[in-house]
Design a protein around this ligand. Structure first.
Ligand code: PEP
Ligand code: MG
Length: 842
């Protein structure tokens, strides 16, 4: 119809004319009809979009001419495919309705497979499909080729703009109004004289990222039919077929040249475009045609492997490779796996849906998983199956178990992309959410809070916690990390209290210890008794006697730590928590303590009462303990100095300890404590004939300390932001209680995120910037770090880079996350500088 032709805007008409000239066919020409496909294509990562509409250009008028060229059967087949494709893609008829029409016809005609259809059956199917569209009353199938093209373009544009599609893009972190391209191509049929068919191909294994050509191919097919499950496709390579134990020859065995061509195309695309793709292809008359590229799906592990491979091949730069890996997923590469020697108590078996292993407390809802994670507990989320609403809970969980579902279930796909170990389809476990129980064979019941282990490698669920071994951190991971270390400006240290922590940290290439919380040492072994004796002492003399008992223990801890760190910086923080935390609370425990210490229970009760505080986190804690009882900090300082002498002598690497004072709010506190510590340094020097070279620094944890950054910096060798306490104090938010309501605050957008997880840049960030600026203006060379939990949060790390901090310190397992996040922050900042016209070093 003339008006439909005029409806095509000029650029489309011009492009169409070009295509017609190239192919020698014309849209709607009864003798040599041009057939077209319209394929929607969004920016990478915009998620599922509508399928292509295929075979446009066939009308009742064109059909006889088409049949002359291709044969009756192929022409009828193409026509019924177009009606279905246009009906679903442009007119919104349910695809299922067409599938039912096909199956009804198969039943009526007594035909078992689509291949057996005769041309008359296919013509009948086309007529039924047209009637189906008519009966749905949504619109008519256009018997004009140009109207078909216009209708397909319009419908696909509309599908891209629906509120649902917009929401889906937002959920994937894409702009709501991301642009859409519509690709109009001349059809390559994939039907007719063999070899003809369609499939998809990828060069990389989705789980590992390693080179492993593969995919699916279906003969006599178009578009995504190879994946639609109507007929069984074949594998692409022989290796894949053999691994799957299948007999049907693979495409490689049927048509080796086609597979060589696909491999060569994928390799070329990787080299030229610096990305791995899944290729949609059609084979017609034995020739391979690439129809579309989509960035290949990949797990977190595969993304890393691929980024390194592409950079090593020179397809992308090292900086680009670093920027492509999500630091928050790095941690998942590091999850331990179950030790081969561990005793296993299996309670269920499912599919190994996502690799890695984790132990944790059972929870039965995504909300519970989120709450538990907010309070620092590791949980295993057990559900019948997961849905998109559960993603946040899956993110929060250490591992996931589903009773239903297979390797491509929602749980499996999401867990793989999040890097969480997952076992899916554990049919031998019964889950009763109402009573919160998981029942295994032999009526073994597990309730919320019971610890289980998920082994995503074997698909086993085990009772209890199981011995784990550290993951492999070699190969591509080690390479990427070495590039991160070359790129980053900030140092990365670990928060490590024990020699075991220190060894994990060193394994992950921490450059030192940024925070050793000494109080943790007092809870170990028999030390708590000596500690309690010290706390219960009401006189300095008896307190000193108890401290003498603690001294050798502290000293040996420090020797171990210094020796493990072999000359790398070690920041030791003196005692921080309120003393009552070390005392027993229950009556029975008090009696036991009284008996152990050989004192009346009344004395224990009295002292515990004296130490109790209304607001312990704002009470006698941190450096206030050192001011009230100088002998406690002095014992710790002596242990540090003596250990430094001994470890230095053993290892040959001189130890220069960095002593850190917690919760300073006034410079006078620092001055007093420095004097106490230097007194001890002198005594040790006199005794050992050796002066330890030590530094004294301050933890900036109170708003006042931040504001007085200049005075404090003049008296300090270094500063370290304790952002856990600083967040608590800047917000006036109890870090121990906030977990109860922060999820509500985040849900209602009061806070954008939990400020204890990701630094509040507006408030806490501003006070850090003020402190750093004041400190640097008074003491330009002062070293400034950050050692709160934010030290491995990528957004917080980016802020530290912008603020010019010297290092970040975080828990040992998160050190690689911090190394990569720091590298990305440096690259981004350098990029920003270059864009705004600064020269390096200016
Ligand atoms: C801090 O407050 O940020 C900190 C690292 O110390 P702690 O968590 O031990 O209070
Ligand atoms: Mg603190």
């Amino acid at each position: 119809m003339a008006h439909a032709v005029a409806d095509h805007p000029e650029p489309i008409r011009a492009a169409l004319a070009k295509l017609e000239a190239l192919t020698g066919c014309r849209l709607g020409d009864p003798c040599a009809p041009l057939l077209l496909s319209v394929r929607p294509s969004g920016p990478a990562g915009s998620g599922a979009i509508a399928p292509a509409i295929l075979n446009l250009g066939i009308t009742a008028q064109v059909l006889p001419g088409l049949a002359r060229g291709l044969g009756q059967r192929a022409a009828a087949d193409l026509y019924r495919r177009l009606i279905q494709s246009y009906g679903t893609g442009a007119l919104g008829v349910e695809d299922e309705a067409f599938e039912y029409a096909l199956y009804d016809l198969m039943k009526e005609a007594g035909i078992e497979s689509e291949e057996a259809f005769l041309s008359a059956n296919l013509a009948d199917l086309a007529a039924r499909s047209l009637a189906l569209i008519q009966s749905e009353g949504i619109g008519a199938f256009p018997q004009d080729a140009r109207m078909q093209l216009a209708g397909a373009l319009e419908a696909l544009s509309e599908a891209w703009a629906t509120p649902r599609a917009r929401r889906r893009r937002l959920a994937k972190g894409q702009p709501e109004n991301a642009p859409l391209s519509l690709i109009v191509q001349a059809m390559v049929l994939g039907l007719g004289a063999p070899p003809a068919g369609a499939g998809l191909f990828h060069l990389r294994d989705e789980a590992s990222g390693a080179r492993a050509p593969g995919g699916r191919y279906l003969a006599d097919a178009q578009g995504e039919e190879a994946l639609m499950g109507l007929r069984t496709p074949v594998m692409i390579t022989r290796a894949e077929r053999e691994a799957a134990g299948l007999r049907e020859p693979s495409l490689e065995e049927l048509l080796p040249a086609a597979v060589d061509c696909l491999i060569a195309c994928a390799e070329l695309l990787e080299a030229r475009l610096g990305e791995a793709f899944t290729l949609d292809f059609t084979i017609a008359a034995g020739e391979v045609h690439i129809l579309e590229l989509r960035p290949a799906r990949r797990s977190a592990r595969a993304a890393l492997h691929l980024a390194v491979d592409l950079a090593e091949a020179g397809a992308i730069s090292r900086d680009e490779a670093l920027m492509r890996v999500d630091p928050s997923l790095i941690e998942d590469h590091l999850h331990p796996s179950i030790s081969p020697d561990a005793r296993r108590d299996p309670i269920g078996q499912g599919l190994p849906a996502s690799p890695g292993a984790a132990s944790g407390e059972l929870v039965f809802s995504a909300d519970e998983a989120e709450h538990a994670a907010a309070s620092g507990r590791t949980v295993i989320l057990a559900l019948v199956e997961t849905s998109p609403e559960d993603i946040r809970g899956m993110h929060a969980a250490g591992g996931v178990v589903t009773v239903r579902g297979g390797m491509t279930s929602h749980a499996a796909v999401v867990a793989r992309s999040l890097g969480r170990p997952c076992v899916a389809g554990t049919k031998d476990l019964a889950l009763d959410r109402a009573s919160g129980t998981l029942t295994a064979a032999g009526n073994r019941q597990f309730r919320a809070g019971d610890v289980v282990t998920v082994d995503g490698g074997t698909g086993q669920i085990l009772a209890g916690r199981v011995e784990m071994i550290p993951p492999e951190i070699t190969g591509a991971f080690a390479t990427l990390m070495s590039w991160a270390d070359e790129a980053r400006r900030m140092g990365v240290r670990a928060n490590a209290d024990t020699v075991q922590d220190a060894n994990v940290a060193l394994g992950f290439a921490a450059e030192g210890i940024g925070l050793c919380r000494t109080e943790h040492m007092f809870f170990q072994g028999g030390r708590i008794t000596a500690m309690r004796r010290m706390i219960l002492a009401s006189e300095t003399k008896t307190r000193r006697a108890a401290l003498d008992e603690l001294l050798p223990m502290q000293r040996s801890d420090f020797i171990e730590l210094f020796e493990a760190m072999a000359g790398k910086p070690v920041v030791i923080r003196l005692l921080d928590p309120p003393l009552h935390e070390f005392l027993p609370h229950g009556e029975e425990e008090m009696k036991d303590l009284a008996a152990t210490l050989d004192v009346p229970v009344s004395q224990v009760r009295l002292r515990a009462g004296e130490l109790a505080e209304f607001n312990p986190m704002l009470g006698k804690r941190g450096c206030r303990i050192g001011i009230a009882y100088p002998e406690i900090y002095q014992m710790q300082a002596r242990a540090i100095f003596e250990a430094a002498c001994e470890a230095g002598a053993h290892t040959g690497s001189p130890v220069r300890p960095e002593i850190m004072l917690p919760l300073i709010s006034a410079v006078r506190e620092l001055v007093l404590l420095k004097a106490h510590i230097s007194e001890v340094a002198e005594i040790v020097r006199a005794e050992r004939g050796e002066m330890v070279d030590y530094h004294i620094g301050v933890m900036i944890e109170t708003p006042r300390a931040a504001l007085r950054g200049a005075d404090i910096a003049v008296e300090s060798d270094f500063l370290s932001f304790g952002t856990n306490d600083l967040t608590q104090m800047v917000y006036g938010l109890s870090r121990d209680d906030a977990g109860r309501f922060i999820p509500d605050y985040v849900a209602q957008n009061v806070y954008e995120h939990d400020p204890f997880h990701s630094l509040d840049l507006e408030g806490v960030g501003e006070i850090i910037s003020i402190a750093a600026e004041r400190a640097r203006s008074a003491a330009p060379a002062i070293s400034i770090g950050l050692c709160g939990e934010h030290g491995a949060d990528p957004l917080s790390v980016a802020f530290c880079e912008q603020t010019g901090l010297d290092y970040i310190s975080c828990s040992p397992f998160r050190v690689p996350v911090a190394r990569l996040a720091a590298a990305q922050a440096t690259i981004r900042t350098a990029g920003r500088r270059a864009k705004s016209g600064h020269k390096a070093g200016s």
